[in-house]
Design a protein around this ligand. Structure first.
Ligand SMILES: [Zn+2]
Length: 108
């Protein structure tokens, strides 16, 4: 049984962008999805201090504003299902008029 936790969505404004080494192509990230058993606001503040995801730390260093835009109940497995969807903007109320409010269902 998994512990009760909260999935949170961080939105980067502007999106974090980095050149792919030795090419003219850019890799961009507009969102970070994580989960915590504690307070998602406190967790976001940890990320912004560089005590979390390397992606969020890099976005902050690049000057992106990081906003906590959505939370929903869910565990690590549900967090992974959102990450695997490759469409994190679907859960972001700033990027989507009718954002999803729950993780994708487990496929049978
Ligand atoms: Zn967004």
């Amino acid at each position: 049984m998994s512990r009760t936790s909260t999935i949170y969505v961080l939105h980067f404004d502007p999106p974090y962008s980095v050149r792919i080494g030795g090419t003219d192509r850019q890799k961009t990230a507009g969102h970070y999805v994580g989960s915590t058993a504690g307070d998602p606001v406190a967790r976001m503040q940890e990320h912004c201090r560089g005590e979390g995801s390397p992606l969020v730390r890099a976005a902050v260093l690049q000057g992106c504003t990081v906003a906590l835009v959505a939370t929903m109940p869910g565990d690590k497995q549900a967090e992974r299902r959102i990450k695997r969807s490759h469409h994190r903007e679907r859960w972001c109320p700033r990027c989507t008029a009718e954002p999803l409010t729950a993780p994708p269902k487990v496929r049978p």
